[in-house]
Design a protein around this ligand. Structure first.
Ligand SMILES: Nc1ncnc2c1ncn2[C@@H]1O[C@H](COP(=O)(O)OP(=O)(O)O)[C@@H](O)[C@H]1O
Ligand SMILES: [Mg+2]
Length: 384
């Protein structure tokens, strides 16, 4: 599956842009603030019906314009797919597949699988546990619909239970039988969530390790463990034991909504002792493992967006990543699909890519204007 063509009108800092892309590697080079990330966001938008960065759709409309339009032509399972998204200020966005508007946007999610590797991913390491649960839940949901349903139900029941604890506190009463209904449901759903997360991490870990080892050339060892109180206790017992405390707190203080992932460098926390480059390596390995998971489930290669990928990584690690995604060594053209890479300069990037027999294109971005480099202009640029 790959994106053949993309067109943008009034999307962020682009007035208009139209590109014909390589089915393999596409590089976008340019200075800070010219629109490289915005272009990747447009591609992300066409897969997920929303921006990776902006929570509100109208923020994506070019300042002082009234609308934006994004269009992508994809080759998918030997068929062409035309995806259209139009958004007018103050109106609901229109999302169409082959000219037919979707009734629900969720029908589109999963059609064009995509993995984004962004500098913002550092929140996975530095942020709170909800970021890591979101990552884990996002990957599992892409292959297990029942998981997502269970999770949604768990969260609803949790809200009900917390509301009841609040009410008891407010009214200064306590009805054990009323709480029991929610406690039992929460424990049952929590057990399913726990089992599925545990199973996921067991399968995910060797894939993650494989990528980390390859990129770092076994320079260091890392770990990834799933942490849940449910590993040692039945959820029902936990809830019973914590009931006096939870009545005081007015919320449920234990359960799978408190699970976390522990990221380790050697025996220590990656967050505390990892260098920026090691943290970045960790994140890239997580995302490539996510790629492999989605690939297995969807049956084709997700698109990979790698934004500012080389920032903070040393040359060896960059080389390893490019070798991997461009399938330079393995000669396995099918291992990875279409890749979009952004970087400040084209020098190191193109040197690496020239070694690969793969098809690649380099685009230069200057203030919302994108132009494709020809081979000769790439070669001339030795001094950047
Ligand atoms: N809705 C918008 N309208 C106009 N410009 C925008 C809009 N949203 C973001 N921008 C501009 O896009 C630029 C950042 O582009 P970005 O793609 O992040 O740059 P980079 O090439 O460094 O990745 C900023 O100058 C910002 O003001
Ligand atoms: Mg950027």
């Amino acid at each position: 599956m790959y994106l053949n063509k993309i067109s943008l009108v009034n999307f962020k800092n682009y007035a208009q842009a139209e590109l014909t892309l390589s089915p393999k590697i596409n590089c976008f080079v340019g200075n800070n603030g010219v629109g490289k990330t915005n272009l990747l966001d447009a591609i992300y938008y066409l897969s997920f019906c929303k921006s990776y960065f902006y929570p509100s759709d109208s923020q994506n409309i070019k300042h002082s314009e009234k609308f934006f339009v994004l269009q992508g032509n994809y080759s998918r399972k030997e068929e062409q797919e035309q995806i259209y998204c139009g958004m007018k200020r103050g109106q609901k966005k229109q999302f169409k597949r082959n000219k037919k508007e979707y009734t629900r946007l969720s029908e589109h999610i999963g059609l064009l699988p995509l993995v984004m590797v962004s500098p913002n991913d550092t929140v996975l390491i530095t942020g709170g546990s909800e970021e890591r649960r979101k990552f884990m839940d996002g990957v599992i949901s892409q292959y297990d619909r029942q998981y997502l349903d269970t999770l949604i139900r768990y969260n609803r029941v949790l809200q009900q239970r917390n509301q009841l604890l609040k009410n008891f506190h407010k009214n200064n009463n306590f009805e054990p039988a009323q709480l029991e209904v929610w406690t039992e449901q929460l424990a049952r759903l929590g057990h399913i969530v726990f089992e599925k997360r545990k199973e996921f991490i067991t399968k995910f870990l060797p894939i993650f390790n494989k990528y980390y080892k390859f990129i770092s050339q076994e320079h260091e060892t890392v770990g990834l463990t799933y942490e849940s109180k449910l590993a040692n206790f039945q959820m029902l017992d936990l809830l019973a034991e914590l009931l006096p405390k939870d009545r005081g707190l007015q919320y449920t203080s234990a359960g799978t909504h408190r699970d976390d992932l522990q990221f380790l460098l050697g025996d220590y926390q990656m967050r505390k002792i990892g260098s920026q480059g090691q943290q970045k390596t960790y994140l890239v390995a997580l995302k490539l493992a996510q790629f492999e998971f989605i690939k297995t489930v969807s049956g084709f290669n997700p698109i990979i967006l790698m934004d500012d990928i080389f920032d903070k990584l040393d040359e060896n690690r960059v080389l390893q990543i490019i070798t991997l995604v461009a399938s330079i060594e393995s000669n396995d053209n099918k291992a990875f699909g279409q890749i979009f890479i952004t970087d400040k300069s084209k020098n190191s990037l193109t040197k690496l890519l020239e070694k690969s027999s793969d098809d690649y294109k380099v685009f230069t971005v200057v203030d919302g204007v994108i132009s494709e480099e020809t081979d000769s202009s790439v070669l001339v640029d030795e001094n950047m």
